[in-house]
Design a protein around this ligand. Structure first.
Ligand code: PNS
Length: 189
């Protein structure tokens, strides 16, 4: 049985990877499908996001990573998938996810939506939260794979140089830049 796991994955988090790994055990094949969404301004391009997911899932032989635009259900039909896979974190996810599942069911009765409860330790986690923490210089290496954390810090180093100096992945203290006047011994001129 083939399942599609659609999403934005901007960027992929350990919560997504938890769903991907468990999905790969349940289904014969899983396709992670990154939505090309012209209405959103993402942090990462679609090829970047695909690469981040591929790098994080090299150990999964029944996984493919792809991108799509338009309706998820059309992509699922085109790939001859039987199921859409989605993770459920908290109750507030449920309303939106149920609406999507019902809508998709009206578009194709054959394709089922299967929900996996996100593992407890990731129930608070979202891509937006990761980006917000990184933007303000907080540690994110416990929330995303290390290479993704590096990518995020590099992104913010370009747009918000100050946040890059306080990240957990850059624990080595940056050399203090002191004003020349402060370096001079006091009382001497
Ligand atoms: O990771 P996200 O942003 O929660 O994923 C949402 C996604 C991509 C699954 C959803 O927005 C989607 O399926 N978009 C494609 C357009 C579509 O099919 N809309 C109808 C579904 S109700």
């Amino acid at each position: 049985m083939l399942a599609i796991y659609p999403g934005s994955f901007d960027p992929v988090t350990l919560g997504h990877l938890d769903i991907i790994e468990r999905g790969c055990k349940l289904f014969d094949q899983v396709i992670v499908a990154v939505l090309r969404n012209p209405n959103k301004t993402p942090l990462f391009t679609v090829p970047d996001r695909i690469e981040q997911i591929r790098r994080s899932t090299q150990h999964l032989s029944n996984l493919e990573v792809d991108s799509f635009d338009g309706l998820t259900i059309d992509y699922a039909r085109m790939r001859r998938a039987s199921a859409l896979l989605r993770g459920l974190r908290v109750l507030s996810d449920f309303e939106m996810e149920l609406q999507m599942a019902h809508t998709n069911k009206t578009l194709s009765a054959q394709i089922e939506t299967v929900f996996l409860a996100t593992s407890n330790e990731y129930s608070f986690l979202s891509s937006s939260l990761v980006k917000e923490i990184a933007r303000f210089g907080g540690a994110i290496d416990h929330l995303v794979p290390n290479h993704v954390a590096v990518d995020i810090y590099q992104c913010f180093a370009k747009t918000h140089p100050a946040s890059a100096q306080t990240t957990a992945l850059a624990p080595t203290p940056l050399p203090l830049i002191t004003e020349p006047s402060q370096e001079k011994p006091l009382g001497r001129e």
